[in-house]
Design a protein around this ligand. Sequence first.
Ligand SMILES: Nc1ncnc2c1ncn2[C@@H]1O[C@H](COP(=O)(O)OP(=O)(O)O)[C@@H](O)[C@H]1O
Ligand SMILES: [Mg+2]
Length: 350
Amino acid sequence: MPNYFDGSSDDPSIIKFEDILLPDHMPDELGHRDKELQVLADSIKPLLSRRTPDNLFLFGPSGCGKTTCVKYILKQLTDHSSSVLPVYVNCWENPTQMAVYNKIIEAMRLPLPRRGLATDEIFSRITEYVKNYNKPILLILDEMDGLRHDKLLYVVSRANEQKLSFGIIGITNNKELLSKLDSRVRSSLRFSDMEFKDYSEEQLISILRIRAEHALVPGSYDGRLLTKVARSVESGSARVVIERLWKSAKHAEKAGRSKIMLQDVEDVASAEPSLKLSEYNLSSEELLILEILKDGELPSSKLYDKFIAKIPKTKRQIRNYLELLEKKTLIESEDVEADGMLKPKIFRLR
Ligand SMILES: Nc1ncnc2c1ncn2[C@@H]1O[C@H](COP(=O)(O)OP(=O)(O)O)[C@@H](O)[C@H]1O
Ligand SMILES: [Mg+2]
């Protein structure tokens, strides 16, 4: 038997530091977002002297640097001062009021009693901390459309009215979200909004150039290749172009070459599904629903049956997945006219 490791050298031919090409890499420098970073810093500054901050609502398409800019500014904030407690929460992962409170408690390093506390109790612990330590909280609600309901914002807005310093930065791809919030919440939190626009082709190329310089072996790519990568994607998403560069590099390495060719980019691009599902971070349950709806619309009952045949879940759980997909605007539903109490729905892909 041959040794299957024979012939493979440990020296990377193209990719030197793969981490740098992965989505959660935090670049040392963020180009093209000076204005946005300045607005972020200015809105946070009042918290440093315990004054009321400007709450911010950031919106813009996926991959345009919203999360990265906010994390970058939080890093600068904590380097500069420890007088504010920043708490970053991804709301898709932490959709309930309790989940968000837990993230705050975690950041405060508050020991909590073993027995569970009720939501109100937890929130009073949080406000006590803010008062006792005189340490304002900056709450980042990323993917804010993932929050199940407005209750959390309502509670926080009430705290703000009682002069407890709570800054909020909400982030979403969905610019309608702000107008959909409860009007009391909106008027009390007085969000100012900031739009992140798609990157232009030149901006994408310059972002790619810096990534490539750090992550790839010199000589394994050239400027023409980076232009090709930037042009091969339809959106202005930095996430998608970086991912495309990474996949092209892997594709070339797999073919045993030490240089990425234009053809690698084309091969990778044509293998990509037209809908960039990877951008949505879908669970296998959500993917199953999309698969089921591919052949056409279905009433909920049929959809449940097909789903349960593949993955055993309760109707309630399936409804949650449907709700998520609707929020992500991947599917839509319509109420069906019916006499009975139960209002059936029809679901279809968008
Ligand atoms: N200005 C930039 N410079 C360098 N990399 C960037 C820039 N903007 C975005 N990126 C990269 O693009 C990817 C997507 O950015 P992200 O902040 O997650 O976008 P969003 O939150 O708007 O969907 C991340 O890997 C990030 O590092
Ligand atoms: Mg993001």
